[in-house]
Design a protein around this ligand. Structure first.
Ligand code: DCP
Ligand code: MG
Length: 242
């Protein structure tokens, strides 16, 4: 049968509540299970806003966001959360143990599943090095772990929840290039039949994406593979050269 996790944005226009002009205009694209779609664009171009519409942090003014053919506006939030994991640009940890943080979306995960997720997220070593391992305490907001560690724990949390759709908002740019590459290689296996949407800063993070959407001022100005965009998109060329 068909794998669930088809994401479709259909002519989506969105303005923040109270704002006069839209931050996203006429966004249309489809992401299929097994695919990686990358979104790139300058700061303020609307990348985070675009991702936020799938888990319904906001609803668009016009157009529709669909998950497996059903408008998310007609779905239960809990149902969406079960199927879509968003790793936010500013990853958030709760006060409690590392284990609690990792099990957040899937309380029945086994310890082995937690360690596997940590391994993929390149976070197993630092957790293992802690005296209390998975039982180590995280302070409110995760201030007692580094930014990079926080990011890895949030990636691991998403992996533990085994969603159909992964949304990574700039989740790899704080990692050094080698760790980023290792993480994405490990990620490939675990997300092989899932739908992956990645917002990225670094071109090397997304060269293998099935499709790259180039966002400029809330519009998709170009789309294609890395190679296609190198040949056709001045905006993409600018990003590559910057
Ligand atoms: N914006 C807003 N209210 C919010 C969030 C954003 O008015 N709660 C505005 C700020 C920007 C525009 O929306 O003008 C797009 O913001 P995004 O956060 O979507 O932009 P990016 O994610 O592309 O930027 P960055 O690369 O800095 O993360
Ligand atoms: Mg952003």
């Amino acid at each position: 049968g068909t794998l669930a996790g088809v994401v479709e944005y259909r002519n989506v226009t969105f303005a923040y509540p109270g704002a006069e002009s839209p931050v996203l205009s006429n966004i249309s694209f489809t992401a299929q299970p097994g695919q990686t779609i990358a979104i790139i664009g300058s700061t303020g171009s609307g990348k985070t806003s675009l991702l936020s519409l799938l888990p319904r942090l906001y609803d668009p003014a016009e157009g529709e966001v669909l998950l497996d053919g059903v408008p998310v506006s007609r779905m239960d939030r809990a149902d969406i959360t079960r199927r879509v994991a968003l790793v936010p640009q500013r990853p958030y940890l709760f006060s409690g143990t590392i284990e609690h943080n990792l099990r957040f979306g899937k309380t029945d995960a086994t310890d082995q599943e937690l360690w596997e997720a940590l391994q993929v997220a390149q976070g197993d070593e630092f957790v293992r090095a802690k005296k209390n391992g998975l039982g180590s305490r995280i302070s409110q907001g995760g201030t007692n772990v580094s930014g990079g560690q926080r990011q890895r724990l949030c990636i691991a949390r998403a992996l533990v929840s085994r969603p159909r759709v992964y949304l990574f908002d700039d989740s790899f740019s704080a990692l050094d290039v080698a760790t980023d590459a290792r993480l994405r290689a490990a990620l490939k296996g675990i997300t092989a039949d899932a739908t992956v949407i990645i917002v990225a800063q670094r071109i090397s993070t997304i060269t293998e994406a099935d499709q790259i959407l180039v966002l400029d001022n809330g519009r998709i100005v170009d789309r294609g593979t890395h190679q296609e965009l190198l040949e056709t998109s001045p905006t993409y060329q600018e990003i590559v050269e910057s």
